[in-house]
Design a protein around this ligand. Structure first.
Ligand SMILES: C[S@@+](CC[C@H](N)C(=O)[O-])C[C@H]1O[C@@H](n2cnc3c(N)ncnc32)[C@H](O)[C@@H]1O
Length: 326
C-alpha cells in the first residue's frame, strides 16, 4: 500500500521523517521523493545486509538520508545522535522483507537447508537453533501458541522435544518445517495449506523479540512526533501484529484508566488520535497485483498537542500503577 503510506504520512517538502524499518528502501525512496528537495530521512534497520542494500538504493539522495543499524526501540538514541528532537512522520513496516525471506542462508524460509538462524541482526546471540533445541517443552509451547492454536501448539512443542531427544538437534528450517507438517493432521492444515509457516513465524518472533520491540517502538515513535502535527503510519502483516498495534494505539489515544462514571483522577492525557479508526486493507486491485499484500493492514495516528514528554510519562506511570507490564 505504498501510495497510502505516503498520503497518510502527509509529507511536507522540508519535513524530517523516520523509516524505522528501511529494508531495501522502497518506502524510503517514496518519502524522499515526496519531501524533495530538502526533506530529511532517518533510516533505521537492525539488519546490516538490509541497511547496506538501502544505502545503495538511496545513494542518489546523498546527505538527505542518514542510516542507523539499530533496533527501532532505540529511536531516542538515534535521534540524539542525528541531532533531531521531533519529527514530522514515522513509518513502521513490521516483520521481515522478501529479500530476507528469499536468502536461504538466513534460515527464515521453510526451503532453507543451510541453517536454523532467523536473526535479523546477526550480531545477536540467540538463534532459532537455540530456541528449537534448547528451550524446554513449556517454553516452546509458550512461543508456539502465538499462532492462536493452543492444542496444536502443545502437540508441536512435544513433537520437537521428542524428536531432538531421540534423533539429536534439529539443524535446518526445512527439517523443522517437515517435522511440523508431519505433526499437524492434514484436516487442520487450513487455508495456508502447510501449517509450518505459522509456527516458523512464531519462532522468528521469539528470536527477534518482535512483540516487545513493536510495543516499545510504538511508544518511542509517539514520543518523537511533532505535537499536533506528526503522523505515525504502521503496516502490519500478521494477526498478532494487527491486534497489538490496534490495542497500543487505542491505549495511547485513551490512556485514562478511571472508571467511566467518575471524573478523571489519573490525569493521563491522550497523546494521539487515530486518523483511520479501523485499520485499512489493500484494495482488490492491489491484492491482484501483489498477492502477498492480502494480509497487510495500515494503521494511522496523529500526535495531539499534549506536551509530549509529560503526557507520555503520565500514561506510562499510570500503566505501571495499574500493574501493566511495560
Ligand atoms: C517488511 S521489511 C521493510 C521493507 C521496507 N519498508 C521497504 O520498502 O523495503 C521490514 C524490515 O524491518 C527490519 N526490522 C524488523 N524489526 C525491526 C526492529 N525492531 N528494528 C529495526 N529494524 C527492524 C527488518 O530487518 C526488515 O529489513
Amino acid at each position: 500500500m505504498p501510495e497510502q503510506v505516503v498520503a497518510y504520512l502527509d509529507i511536507q517538502p522540508a519535513g524530517t521523517y523516520v523509516d524505522m524499518t528501511v529494508g531495501s528502501g522502497g518506502h524510503a525512496r517514496l518519502i524522499l521523493q515526496a519531501s524533495a528537495p530538502t526533506g530529511q530521512l532517518i533510516a533505521i534497520d537492525r539488519d546490516a545486509q538490509a541497511l547496506e542494500m538501502a544505502r545503495q538504493q538511496l545513494a542518489e539522495f546523498g546527505q538527505r538520508v542518514k542510516f542507523f543499524q539499530r533496533r527501532f526501540s532505540e529511536l531516542p538514541d538515534v535521534l540524539a545522535e542525528a541531532g533531531v528532537e521531533q519529527v514530522n512522520g514515522i513509518l513502521i513496516d513490521t516483520g521481515i522483507s522478501m529479500d530476507q525471506m528469499l536468502d536461504l542462508e538466513r534460515g527464515f524460509s521453510s526451503r532453507s537447508r543451510s541453517s536454523l538462524d532467523m536473526r535479523m541482526d546477526r550480531r545477536q546471540k540467540l538463534t532459532a537453533y537455540d530456541v528449537v533445541n534448547r528451550y524446554s517443552q513449556q517454553q516452546l509451547y509458550r512461543v508456539l501458541r502465538l499462532t492462536g492454536r493452543e492444542r496444536e501448539a502443545r502437540k508441536v512443542a512435544s513433537r520437537i522435544v521428542s524428536f531432538r531427544e531421540g534423533s539429536g538437534p534439529i539443524r535446518t528450517t526445512a527439517q523443522l518445517g517437515e517435522l511440523i507438517a508431519a505433526t499437524v493432521a492434514k484436516r487442520d492444515w487450513g487455508k495456508h495449506r502447510n501449517p509450518a509457516a505459522r509456527y516458523l513465524m512464531a519462532i522468528r518472533v521469539e528470536v527477534n523479540d518482535e512483540i516487545d520491540e513493536l510495543r516499545r517502538g510504538l511508544q518511542v515513535a509517539v514520543e518523537a512526533l511533532q505535537p499536533a502535527q506528526g503522523r505515525l503510519v504502521v503496516l502490519t502483516w500478521a494477526g498478532h501484529e494487527h491486534g497489538l498495534v490496534r490495542r497500543e494505539l487505542r491505549r495511547l489515544q485513551h490512556p485514562c484508566t478511571c472508571p467511566p462514571a467518575l471524573p478523571c483522577r489519573c490525569g493521563k492525557q491522550p497523546l494521539i488520535e487515530l486518523v483511520v479508526d479501523k485499520p485499512l486493507s489493500p484494495s482488490e486491485a492491489e491484492v491482484r497485483r501483489n498477492p502477498s499484500s492480502h494480509s497487510c493492514r495500515l494503521h494511522v495516528a496523529q500526535a495531539l498537542g499534549t506536551t509530549k514528554q509529560s503526557g507520555y510519562k503520565q500514561a506510562i506511570e499510570g500503566d505501571r500503577q495499574m500493574g501493566y507490564d511495560i
